[in-house]
Write a protein that binds this ligand. Sequence first.
Ligand SMILES: C[S@@+](CC[C@H](N)C(=O)[O-])C[C@H]1O[C@@H](n2cnc3c(N)ncnc32)[C@H](O)[C@@H]1O
Length: 203
Amino acid sequence: MPGGAANSKIPKGWPAGIVYLQAPAYSKKLADKALEALLVPKASLSSVTVLPKATGPFSTVKIVKISSESHPAYGQNGLFANQHLPPDSFVLPYLGFVHDRSETDEHSDYDLSLDRYLGVGVDASKMGNEARFCNDYRGVGSSANAEFREVWTDIGNGKAEKRMAVYVLSAGKSGKRSKGVAKGEEILVSYGKGFWSERQNAT
Ligand SMILES: C[S@@+](CC[C@H](N)C(=O)[O-])C[C@H]1O[C@@H](n2cnc3c(N)ncnc32)[C@H](O)[C@@H]1O
């Protein structure tokens, strides 16, 4: 059903035609070397925090259609906090199609790097979760309030999986971001200058 309102496994506002994922979708073309880098024995990560698996829909966030004409993504969607999100807190994983360079879609606006050395990325253009709706802060707020971080997730059977995730920014040395993200506030990241300069070059 469009929007997924009748299906509790799909968040409200989810667009028709995009697959809602509960876990990353690995390309069949991924080489063993890439899979070995992304899926490792949990015991090999002794000095790293391994997060428990978090499954959606995520009640801490909501997908909202941007109705303010002054917002640069007017008419599109954005991701908003459904409750207060403290500094440095995990919000949700960034799920999508996990692929190597041979399958990189240069036109995708939803592709995050997952392993730069191996050229592996996670592209949420056709499949993903709520994280794909995080907008960039430029033209919306004075700065980002969240960021993408690399995480390791416990996927059972003694294995951990490398993923990207959305985190609230830390409070900062001076504590200027100590409030975190307030309920109702848009979750805004920085895509980096490269994202926008590449876009400009393409147009
Ligand atoms: C990862 S998507 C974010 C979700 C998107 N708004 C949607 O509804 O699917 C990235 C795209 O959102 C739009 N966008 C995000 N932040 C923006 C901003 N600060 N200014 C203009 N467009 C923005 C651009 O079209 C960009 O290519």
